[in-house]
Design a protein around this ligand. Structure first.
Ligand code: GLN
Length: 338
């Protein structure tokens, strides 16, 4: 799609978050309000995830200026799962550039489950977007490195830069997923048959599964998201992880596809780019302001955390984060012109 905007100077306007004490108060309220919500089921298709305590619930907000607000089981660690897709995508875009990744992976919603094989078959062997497994496997295959070990180190250290601390592998979840992820292997082989993956599909699945098995907490998710919200600079460490353009592109893809086949409903109700993972994490990003990280294992049928989605929706409303919301200009308020 060539919209002929050309090389014009870009302006950014986003507004601010409410003051810190108010954010603290709202994060506490979000936790309090949904802690007893008991819908959803803990993912068990990866045996290592089935043991998670369904009562765990944490909510965190990170501001682009570095403020952190958190409530609940904030020490609880869990595997990042599909949320890694957003950050690996950003790292690969930074490395290869917008056009290459757009061509090889795509940015359109599949309208199907995250691990659909059908979406590839219906689209001429094209993975469609980086937030479903096919696109994430294609993206992972594009990470730089002369060996699978080097590619894994690129991913692990890059995601650690987003979090502002060294992230570690959960060996048990990794091994348990590797023993049961025939479906991801099938997707990788299918992409290989369409020449979308040109390296060893087994190695791609291994690196992909490792990235899904990195341990994080809700605060890490908020900081990782706030890095995307803050033009690519980590608010805790001050380190630039990716460019502002890469953040913008990544958030655009998250907006269309981050919540899988529920992305449209999510946008309608919450109005924020977001990404969920089957261990129960969600990160939602408010460009220029900050990000919300939540964790709670019980999921809805699309694989999105029940309590996390609710807490995020509540905070989007009360913190004024919905990117589509506007208010009439004060000078033009009702009746002003009559
Ligand atoms: N590792 C998981 C998988 O590939 C991630 C899925 C998810 O979080 N939606 O099946």
């Amino acid at each position: 799609m060539d919209l002929d905007v050309g090389d014009v100077e870009q302006a950014v306007f986003t507004g601010d978050l409410p003051r810190g004490a108010r954010v603290d108060e709202l994060v506490d309220m979000a936790h309090e309000r949904y802690r007893d919500h008991d819908a959803g089921t803990v993912a068990d298709y990866i045996p290592g995830l089935a043991r998670a305590d369904p009562r765990l619930f944490a909510v965190a907000v990170a501001e682009v200026e570095g403020g952190i607000h958190a409530a609940g089981d904030i020490e609880a660690q869990f595997t990042i799962q599909s949320i890694a897709k957003a950050f690996v995508y950003a790292l690969v875009c930074e490395h290869l550039g917008h056009e290459v990744v757009l061509d090889r992976v795509g940015v359109n919603n599949t309208g199907m489950a995250f691990n659909s094989v059908m979406a590839i078959e219906l689209n001429d062997g094209h993975p469609m977007n980086p937030m479903v497994n096919a696109g994430a496997l294609a993206t992972t295959a594009m990470t730089p490195g002369a060996s699978a070990a080097e590619q894994w180190e690129f991913v692990r250290s890059g995601l650690s830069d987003f979090a502002g601390r060294n992230l570690r592998l959960d060996g048990e979840v990794y091994r348990s997923e590797m023993a049961t992820n025939q479906r991801n292997l099938a997707i990788a082989r299918l992409l290989q048959s369409y020449h979308r993956i040109i390296v060893d599909p087994m190695e791609v699945v291994d690196t992909y599964t490792r990235q899904c098995s990195l341990r994080v907490d809700a605060r890490d998710l908020a900081v990782m998201g706030a890095t995307l919200a803050g033009g690519g600079v980590n608010p805790m460490t001050g380190v630039r992880v990716v460019s502002a353009e890469v953040c913008r592109d990544t958030l655009a893809v998250l907006t269309s596809s981050g919540m899988y086949e529920r992305s449209g409903e999510w946008l309608f109700e919450v109005g924020l780019p977001a990404k969920s993972g089957v261990a129960g994490g969600i990160v939602a990003i408010a460009p220029g302001k900050g990000a919300i990280g939540t964790f709670s294992p019980p999921l809805d049928s699309a694989g999105n955390s029940e309590r996390g989605a609710r807490a995020t929706a509540f905070l989007s409303r009360t913190l004024g984060l919905n990117v589509f919301a506007s208010a009439a200009h004060a000078g033009l308020a009702e009746g002003a012109r009559s």
